[in-house]
Write a protein that binds this ligand. Structure first.
Ligand SMILES: [Zn+2]
Length: 223
């Protein structure tokens, strides 16, 4: 079967994404989500990556864990089969701009968000409405544009700080240091040390009774 035929078939059979509750539409969220359950939302930014993302997907599957992937348009269009695998395995696709440039005009921001959403739709049939601003810059033109589209913009409440280290043990410690239920955890699925740390993180926190859900699932469980 050719890759293009696989892409066409997958477009029609991929599962639907969990809807984001309407009160988050057009909002920027930077705080932990209140929940009575021991839920955590693992989030991965900047992928998909042809090497690291599949390793992370394998670990998530082994632990029956779900996550949210804030993809870059430029990486999504280079790795459409991984984009489809993310959706097929029950994870949520969200967007994070096309190029990850730190500064852009309102027109460039609009174009990046349009382009990235179109790439996600082309390969998955999903109209993404969940967004994270590059570098968490909630006052950026990209975030303002996302809000004007009524997308929900989410930062994080725990950081793996995996852009500041190459040591998987540091990533493990950063995430496993006393997380509270409802925490939104930032990681990058383009980092080898993060892919290396994820199985141990999932092992440790699952044993502590935590359950890993997608961000929309977490928002739907809030009380
Ligand atoms: Zn990023």
């Amino acid at each position: 079967m050719t890759p293009s035929l696989l892409l066409t078939i997958a477009f029609f059979i991929l599962p639907k994404q969990t809807l984001i509750p309407s009160q988050y539409s057009g909002q920027t969220v930077t705080t932990r989500i209140k929940t009575t359950q021991k839920f955590l939302a693992l989030t991965f930014d900047d992928g998909p990556d042809p090497i690291q993302t599949p390793k992370i997907l394998n670990a998530l599957k082994q632990h029956n864990a779900k996550a949210t992937f804030f993809v870059l348009g430029r990486n999504a269009e280079r790795n459409p089969l991984i984009l489809q695998r993310i959706v097929a395995e029950g994870h949520t696709i969200a967007t994070h701009s096309y190029s990850h440039r730190i500064s852009m005009s309102p027109e460039e921001a609009d174009s990046e968000n349009t382009q990235t959403a179109a790439i996600v739709f082309r390969y998955t049939g999903i109209n993404p409405n969940l967004f994270r601003a590059p570098f968490g810059l909630t006052k950026s033109n990209l975030n303002k544009n996302a809000i004007s589209r009524k997308w929900a913009s989410f930062n994080w409440t725990v950081s793996a700080a995996d852009t500041a280290t190459t040591n998987p043990e540091v990533v493990y410690k950063n995430i496993c240091f006393t997380p509270n239920p409802g925490e939104i955890i930032l990681c990058h699925d383009i980092k080898p040390h993060t892919a290396q740390a994820i199985p141990k993180i999932l092992d440790h926190l699952t044993k502590q009774g935590f359950q890993f859900v997608t961000l929309p699932e977490l928002l739907n469980q809030t009380q």
